[in-house]
Write a protein that binds this ligand. Structure first.
Ligand code: NAD
Length: 248
């Protein structure tokens, strides 16, 4: 499969979950990949080793995406190593759920810092390279919580709604350079992030999903692959849900 042959993609939070699926699907389709991780180096190295099997170049970089200065250095290092960058997938994200009335300042700030500022940091530092690509792509992983709101997720929903504003603005600012920017809004996807949800919540959620199941990481990655490909050249500023019909 060669949809992304010759492209270089940077995927934040690519060591596990949705980010790992995106990195591997892009690698399988011919893209060289830079995987950004914050926690487990072993998991990031596993993603890189799996990507290697597709015969592409793959590297892992440790970086806290919420740190503007550190992100800048890592972005420069990626460019030095790969020589060009065509695709950025802002996927790194965290949750610190709790009702708004009891939410601490730190829980609000840290979720905004990783989910929203982290995406800004990487878009800000990589855009200068992506603008040089004949078909640059920025893909932000938002959430249906950012579209509809979700009780217990004031910080997360605000960060993911903010990402939609960021997406639409980048789409307008970089359109003249042939860079598209779109957001993916997943519903409930089976990953470590949702594994901690109580059984009662999971049962309720599945009843509310018309397709009657949670999504798989590959089902989100497939949309990221399409948006990154030449087939999506006239789509920009969009927010596309992958949620089994939950918010249709
Ligand atoms: P996950 O917890 O499995 O993975 C999150 C990734 O982000 C990890 O690789 C982690 O190391 C990385 N990360 C966290 N903080 C970071 C930081 N400061 N710097 C760099 N990397 C950092 O989660 P997931 O379910 O795979 O989620 C991936 C994205 O999809 C997130 O943005 C999440 O909000 C979004 N999302 C997930 C779901 C879902 O149901 N799983 C639904 C909607 C949106």
């Amino acid at each position: 499969m060669t949809m992304l042959k010759g492209k270089t993609a940077v995927i934040t939070g690519g060591s596990r979950g949705i980010g790992c699926a995106v990195a591997l699907m892009m690698a399988e389709n011919g893209a060289d990949i830079a995987v950004i991780f914050s926690g487990s180096e072993a998991a990031a190295n596993e993603t890189v080793a799996s990507a290697d099997k597709f015969g592409v170049k793959a590297r892992a970089y440790q970086c806290d995406v919420s740190d503007f200065a550190q992100s800048k250095i890592v972005c420069e290092n990626i460019f030095k190593e790969f020589g060009k960058i065509d695709i950025l997938v802002n996927n790194a994200g965290i949750t610190k759920d709790g009702l708004m009335l009891a939410m601490s300042e730190n829980d609000f700030d840290s979720v905004i810092d990783v989910n929203l500022k982290g995406a800004f940091n990487f878009a800000r530092h990589l855009s200068r390279y992506i603008m040089k690509s004949p078909a640059g792509r920025i893909i932000n992983i938002s959430s249906v919580s950012g579209i509809a709101g979700n009780a217990g997720q004031a910080n997360y929903s605000a960060s993911k709604a903010g990402l939609i504003g960021l997406t639409k603005t980048i789409a307008k600012e970089l359109a003249s350079r042939n860079v598209t920017c779109n957001a993916i809004a997943p519903g409930f996807i089976e990953t470590d992030m949702t594994a901690t949800l109580p059984e009662t919540v999971l049962e309720k959620v599945q009843t509310a999903i018309p397709l009657k199941r949670m999504g798989r990481t590959e089902e989100v990655a497939a949309l990221a692959l399409f948006l990154a490909s030449d087939a999506a050249s006239y789509i920009t500023g969009e927010v596309i849900k992958v949620d089994g019909g939950m918010y249709a």
